[in-house]
Design a protein around this ligand. Sequence first.
Ligand SMILES: NC(=O)c1ccc[n+]([C@@H]2O[C@H](COP(=O)([O-])OP(=O)(O)OC[C@H]3O[C@@H](n4cnc5c(N)ncnc54)[C@H](OP(=O)(O)O)[C@@H]3O)[C@@H](O)[C@H]2O)c1
Length: 345
Amino acid sequence: MKILVTGAAGLVGTEVCARLNRNGHEVYGLVHHVRTLVGNNAELIPGDVTQPRLGLDETTWQTLTNKVDLIVHSAAITDFGRPRELYQAVNTTGTAHVLELAAAAGARLIHVSTAYVCGEQDGRILESALDAGQRFGNHYEESKFEAELLVRKAASDGLAVTVVRPSVVVGAARTGVVREFKNIYVVLKLLSEGRVTAIPGHFDACVDLVPVDHVAALIADVVEKPADGLTLHAVGSSVSMRHLSDVLAEYPSFRVPRYVAPATFSAASLGDVERAYWERMLSLYESYFRRRQHFDDTVAAGFRGHKRAADGPAHLRKIIDYAVRAGYLGAPLPGVDEALAGVGR
Ligand SMILES: NC(=O)c1ccc[n+]([C@@H]2O[C@H](COP(=O)([O-])OP(=O)(O)OC[C@H]3O[C@@H](n4cnc5c(N)ncnc54)[C@H](OP(=O)(O)O)[C@@H]3O)[C@@H](O)[C@H]2O)c1
């Protein structure tokens, strides 16, 4: 098949392109700022999803509409703490533009969403669920939710679409290897170095960690075995805040955070430096320390060519071990401004 992957230079996109290449597909990678993909055979196409026709010239647009059989849409702004308009422009309007290309090309679409479109709802989250009047933890979640609404509308108009919703994407299942240390890795760094010592959260709150290769494998499985009209949770295993504390405590040089009842936490009571780290970085993740969410993946299980990791703490150890080996954890933290550049998702 001829497949266009948007966000081809991203954490998920790179892994997807490599897999699709290996499976013998002809892959075109839409890239924005990054213009080279190391060790990847995708043909790169510079573009901007915020622009009509993805900012492509007429010839490129025509070529894609004539050639492409399937689109994997993974381009997005995934950093936290950016202006709402940016998330809307890239994640929501960008998806509308990709839907136009899919319709013009008569191509199938695999839309990469996030399990966190469920917002701050607690409990068991079904793949079929979307709009439950939920409150969102941030503008990123809101923009991805709105993108899914557009995708559902396009599906009801006849487009062949599958939605894949990863949870928190981390290092590979067997090795813990990851290309970039963002999102949860920044949290682990701030906590393990004792830059932030108290968290407003619950011991039984939990996040779901999914290895990046599992997300790419699920997408590649859906390429081979279409799942039109379905939404699939690309999730791994749950890690509670208690697990997080216990695993950090296993590393002699790491600090372990205290959990404080959210109602009694006050950033104003922190020292100047800790407050700066809290307000400018860790507070972006605040609601994740309180959520008790479990993502049901019954539908996805029917498409998975690999085993879901059963043991969250074991995988947490693996990704920490890799981050230590790579010199990211256990090394001194840069200044707040420098570290902010790595805050993601
Ligand atoms: N990583 C996670 O934990 C996670 C969890 C759940 C869901 N997801 C979803 O999975 C997908 C992939 O995430 P990821 O982790 O691979 O993100 P990522 O590493 O941040 O990559 C996103 C890619 O989107 C591209 N992009 C940004 N703005 C663009 C624009 N205006 N036009 C075209 N491309 C643009 C970027 O291109 P340049 O680099 O060239 O600027 C980047 O390569 C996203 O849809 C995300 O919402 C990710």
